[in-house]
Design a binder for this molecule. Structure first.
Ligand code: PEP
Ligand code: MN
Length: 337
């Protein structure tokens, strides 16, 4: 596991010298290559913990000196880049919010021009593959050679299963576009819940991601940010030990990717059906209040006709369309009676 994959771990944020040193030392035998910690934390609302800035960089330098691990931190402005370089940070990353803004990415690319730094690019918060692609291109155009992508999931308002929905087909397409850019998975920001991190990490391995970028804190209950999703160093070591790496073979990869796409489509179909039934139920209540019969055959015939006319374009048989609609309609009717 450890030799075949890139492993980066560390707390969401550097909170004190003791916290980063303790976490790094506890992690140093679990095969990680690099220790991560944010020192500038982008907060959704003002008033939250925004990180210790330059002081945090000094703590990271102590980690590097005492453990020999490489150190990584998030940068969002050219000033952050300058400070991180001065303090010997080995790997920088651009966070999801910053990647969403092409002006910021361009400024960071300019600040990095003529450096030999290793930079990681998280996906933007919204499921926009072109923005992610564009950020990588901006860095490449500035002559930066060592670029890594990090998949941290995408904003999804009504998906209770994830903090950020993985939409695995998007990183797969990014990998197709940039086959030589290593792709890491950040299961912590996808899960939003420590208990769900290992399953997502395993999925990323099954889909042949090149490594993991995981939030680990010496004492997650006391964390100043993202405490609920951070693993302890022992949990991290245990997860890594249990991960199964499958042999890589392009047929199996392709099959897995396509099955993943089908699973996501099925999830969406059922989420939409559930939404549709809730609306049907409300219509039923309205009909009851106004003493109208639940069954409105004319309306159903119109819906059916509309989709049957589209059968050819949809590449679906008329029988299939009829069956699906009749099933949906009868379920909706049951909800209205
Ligand atoms: C982080 O990795 O700590 C972070 C802020 O992540 P993201 O930009 O993915 O939200
Ligand atoms: Mn975090």
């Amino acid at each position: 596991m450890v030799n075949r994959k890139i492993l980066i771990a560390g707390p969401c944020a550097a909170e004190s010298e003791e916290q980063v040193l303790l976490t790094a030392k506890m992690l140093s035998n679990s095969g990680i290559r690099c220790f991560r910690a944010g020192v500038w934390k982008p907060r959704t609302k003002p008033g939250g913990f925004e990180g210790y800035g330059e002081q945090g960089l000094q703590w990271l330098q102590a980690v590097k000196r005492q453990t020999g691990l490489q150190i990584a931190t998030e940068v969002a402005t050219p000033e952050h880049v300058q400070l991180a370089l001065i303090h010997g940070v080995d790997i920088l990353w651009i966070g999801a919010r910053t990647v969403s803004n092409p002006f910021s990415v361009q400024e960071i690319a300019e600040a990095l021009r003529r450096t030999d730094i290793n930079i990681m690019v998280k996906n933007p918060a919204m499921p926009d593959l072109e923005l992610w692609t564009g950020a990588i291109e901006r860095l490449q155009n500035a002559g930066i050679q060592r670029i890594t992508a990090i998949h941290r999931g995408f904003y999804a308002a009504d998906n209770p299963n994830y903090r950020n929905a993985p939409q695995w087909n998007i990183p797969a397409e990014l990998k197709r576009r940039f086959p030589h850019v290593p792709l890491l998975c950040d299961p912590s920001h996808i899960a939003g819940d420590a208990a769900r991190v290992p399953a997502i990490a395993q999925k990323a391995m099954d889909l042949n991601h090149d490594g993991l970028f995981v939030e680990v804190h010496c004492c997650p209950q006391k964390a100043l940010s993202d405490g609920f999703q951070q693993l302890t160093p022992a949990e991290f070591a245990n997860m890594i030990k249990k991960l199964i790496l499958r042999p890589t073979d392009s047929y199996a990869d392709l099959l897995l990717q396509m099955r993943q796409q089908i699973d996501e489509i099925d999830e969406n179909i059922f989420a939409l059906l559930s939404k549709r039934m809730k609306i049907a139920q409300k219509i039923g209540d309205l009909k009851k209040e106004n003493k109208i019969a639940a069954l409105q055959s004319k309306r159903f015939a119109q819906i059916e006709q509309k989709f049957i006319e589209q059968a050819e374009i949809l590449n679906l048989s008329k029988d299939f369309i009829k069956n699906i609609l009749e099933n949906i309609h009868s379920e909706a009717l049951k909800k209205q009676i």
